[in-house]
Each structure stands twice: as C-alpha cells, then as structure tokens.
Design a binder for this molecule. Structure first.
Ligand SMILES: [Zn+2]
Length: 501
C-alpha cells in the first residue's frame, strides 16, 4: 500500500492540537468503556495547553495530513493489578474497511500469545453491540478471528468490543517482566494487515521484529499501581489519583503504528526538550543520572533527524531501560538495554538511542513490511544512528564506533540477500546482514551521492510515505528523484549475498 497525499502537514498539527484541546475539555470521569464512548462524555477535567504550531524547519511530511478518511480507532481501558503482574483490559476497536474487498471477518493479532502462549486470554467478543463467537487460530492462539454479522464494503465500519486478561510473563524482553520493570510491547490486540485479498498471518519468531501494522488512533485509560512510573506511546492528557495506591492516566496517540507501555518501579524521571520545546522527551530509569543521560541523548536525536529528514510530528517521546541487549522501538517509546545507560557503555548507549530514535522516522512514521523486508527500516536507521553520532562527535569518533560495532562483520560472507525476509535469518546472520552490511550499503550510497542528495532523498521518501507503508521501489524512487540517476542496478548488485562491502 502506498498512499501519496498532497495536502499539507499543517492540517495534521492543527487537528492534533484541536483534538487534544477538545479531548481535554470534554474529559470523562473514569467510566466503563462499555457504557460510554471514552471521549464523548461531558464532564469538566483538566485542560491541557494546545500544542503550539511548530517553528522548526524543514517542513514535515506532506503525507501527514489526515486526508479524507479517519484512522482506525482503538479505545481501551487497561487496569494493571496491584502487584504489576497482570492487567485486565477492555478494548473497543472501530475498524473501517479501506480495502477494495467486501470483508466478512476482521482478524486481530494477539502477539502476547506469540511471545508467551496463554498469556492473553480473551473473555468475550461483541460486534456492533451483539455478542459474537470468535476463533483463536494458530498454534499459539495468536490470531483472533471475528466474524461480522453484516459484511462491510469499502468505507463501511464495524465495531469490535473485547474483554481480556493479560498475564505478564517473565521474559526480560520487550513484552514481559524485566529486572528494570514491566515492558509491554506488542501487548494490545491489533488488527492484522489485509493485503492482496487476505489477512496477513505471519509466523512470529524472536529474531528481528516480526510485527507489521498500520497506523491508527489510540485512546487509552490506564489504571496502575502508583508505586510505578509509566512511560508509553502518545501523550498524557490527564492523571488522577483514584485511591491510596492507584492512579488513572488518560492517554491519546494519533496516527500511531502501535501502542506500547512500560511500568518502572521506583523510577526516576528526567525531562529534556526537543524541537525548541515542542517535543517533551522523558526517560524513566533507576537513577536521576542515567535518566538525564537518556533524555538528553534522545532529544539530540529528535532534533537531528527532524532537521535532516522531516519533523517529528508527535509531542512526546520516552526512553526506558530493559534487560535485553540492544534496543526496541515503538511509536513514541523506545526500550534500551539497561547496560547502555552506564558510563562504561556511554558511546554505544548513545548510538543505540540514536538508532531507536531514528526508527520513529523509519518504522513508526514511514512504515514497512518488517517480516518480508526487515532491511528496509533496519539497515537505514543503523546507518542514520552513526550519522547522528558523527554530527555530534565528529567523523573520527563515529568511525571508531563503527569499527567497534562491526569489526567481526566487515568483509564477511553473507548467507542471505540483504533484502531477504526475516525467516531467512532464523538461524543466524541477521545482525551481520541487516545491520552491518545494510549500514555499509547506506554508507556507500552516502559517499557516492553526497550528504545533500542523500538527505534530500530521505526527505522525499519520508514526505511521500509517512503514516503509510513503503516498499523498496518507493525507497529507490526517492533516491533516483533526488540524484537524477537510475539506481536500480546499484541497489540490486548490493542485495546479492555474494556482494562484499
Ligand atoms: Zn532497529
């Protein structure tokens, strides 16, 4: 899918500001999702400041305008248990059929069950207000199929309401309990992608990011034990102390590719500003010092990539530590290995934060098929992390870090094409191919085209494909437009497993 929109980003910013203000004015008292649509309840609440218009060059993506149709909408009430080991959830999902086909079912991915089978238990499903039967498919019951009482044609919508319980597994990973806190990535039931006449049902593997989703609007009421600090996708509109041990937080995320959440016990929070104060960057870690480091580093990245590629369109960004090596990106929230917050890993820590921040541009905004073309976002952001590093600390320091990171991989023989699907790397070779050789491809392209043309191409790519899903043709087209050259053969030659950088 490749929607090219012509209208101006200003409308998106204005819409977001208006929506935030409106939602804040009409803020509901905590009410059951089953009774009322979350944001249509008349009750006074705290009023948030409207987001100021950006005064930051260059212009953001033209494709950022909402266009004629609204996004799918996820409205959820999530109640985290007092011991922070589980949550109970209610989700109302309003799905609009934007495909050319008539749809008789809607399918949702339950990735929690991919990671830890049985961790997400569906209790009930309704469609358009009527109780519905449903099936849980796949070996791990990670695909929820909901038949529709009335089929929906293009432009028609259906409303699915489901209740579920989620137990947090002890994984030390992006979904589950870590020593640093609870990481809830890919935990919320999310629509599968409908493509070429079928719902995508890709097998999950731990390698890479076996997830693929489209952007949607999220409105979340999160109730959580107040001995935890939360970080999440989107913006907080209001928070209330419900009782002596619980808070409820109202969160909105517009045009977001997913919704992720982290709960950090006894977390220290640090703030930094990006884009002249338009973006609030937060880091929640175990100490004030590491939180300040992470927030400052992330703010630098938001400024750098906004300047070079296009404006970061959201108002919030958060960084949290987890146990796994490396990092993991979600819209507006990144998880970074706890060790990278320590002084002894500072350089690599900065690089990883830059990498995860770059994913806001390539993964969150410009989407791509992370299962069939994992290199498309991953190789690019790996290279961009080094560019951000070079900008701040000089080429020599960036080169030193490059050698440190890729010393074992330069000149090595790949076993798969660079543009192979994720399953080609199930045994090994993912980091070497997609990170090391992928970054080397972009380094070669950067040297060949020069800095201005390189970033010019990324601006074209970002402009045309934000809030959408891009493929390799879109990427090459952008570099060809910026350079005035035919680059198909250049890319093709370097995709081959035999190619050595
Ligand atoms: Zn990445």
């Amino acid at each position: 899918m490749n929607m090219k929109k012509q209208s101006n980003f200003k409308y998106f910013v204005l819409f977001t500001a208006a929506a935030l203000l409106l939602a804040a004015c009409l803020f509901p008292a905590p009410k059951s999702l089953a009774e009322e649509r979350l944001w249509d309840v008349e009750e006074d609440g705290g009023v948030s400041e409207a987001t100021p218009a950006p005064d930051y060059a260059p212009m953001p993506a033209a494709s950022a305008a909402r266009g004629e149709h609204a996004e799918n909408l996820y409205e959820a009430e999530l109640h985290v248990a007092r011991d922070a080991k589980s949550l109970s959830g209610k989700l109302r999902f309003t799905y609009t059929n934007r495909t050319a086909d008539v749809l008789y079912v809607i399918k949702l991915r339950l990735h929690a069950n991919d990671v830890a089978p049985g961790s997400l238990k569906v209790n009930s499903v309704s469609v358009n207000g009527e109780r519905s039967y449903y099936t849980l498919d796949g070996e791990k019951e990670s695909m929820l199929t909901v038949p529709l009482p009335l089929e929906i044609k293009n432009g028609e919508e259906a409303e699915i309401f489901l209740t579920f319980d989620l137990t947090f597994p002890e994984t030390g990973n992006r979904f589950g309990i870590n020593t640093t806190g609870v990481m809830l990535g890919n935990f919320l039931p999310i629509a599968a992608v409908y493509e070429d006449g079928a719902w995508r049902n890709d097998r999950y593997i731990d390698e890479g990011d076996a997830f693929f989703s489209e952007t949607a609007d999220y409105r979340i009421v999160l109730t959580y034990p107040d001995d935890h600090t939360v970080a999440h996708t989107g913006s907080m509109l209001e928070e209330r102390q419900d009782n002596v041990y619980e808070k409820s937080r109202y969160i909105t995320a517009s045009r977001s590719r997913d919704f992720a959440l982290a709960l950090i016990p006894d977390g220290e929070t640090a703030f930094a500003e990006a884009l002249n104060g338009r973006v609030g960057v937060r880091a929640v870690t175990a100490s004030e010092k590491t939180a300040a480091f992470a927030a400052d580093t992330a703010a630098k990245a938001i400024d750098f990539f906004s300047t070079k590629i296009g404006l970061y369109p959201y108002t919030d960004f958060a960084v949290v530590p987890f146990d796994r090596t490396g990092g993991m990106e979600y819209p507006g929230l990144v998880m970074v290995s706890e060790r990278y917050f320590r002084d002894s890993y500072r350089e690599m820590g900065e690089l990883v934060i830059f990498h995860e921040a770059a994913h806001q541009w390539f993964y969150a905004l410009v989407g791509s098929d992370q299962i069939n073309a994992p290199w498309l976002d991953e190789s690019l952001v790996e290279f961009l992390g080094f560019r951000c590093y070079a900008e701040l600390y000089g080429e020599e320091a960036a080169e030193k870090l490059w050698q440190e990171r890729f010393i074992d991989y330069s000149g090595t023989q790949r076993t798969a094409r660079l543009d192979a699907d994720l399953y080609a790397f199930e045994q090994d070779g993912y980091f070497m191919t997609v990170y090391a050789h992928g970054a080397a491809l972009y380094r070669a392209l950067y040297e060949e085209l020069g800095e201005d043309t390189f970033y010019g191409a990324l601006r074209i790519y970002f402009d045309a494909n934000s809030f959408s899903v891009a493929d390799m043709d879109d990427l090459i087209a952008a570099f060809e437009e910026a350079s005035g050259r035919d680059l198909t053969a250049w890319f093709e030659e370097r995709m081959a497993a035999e190619y050595r950088f």
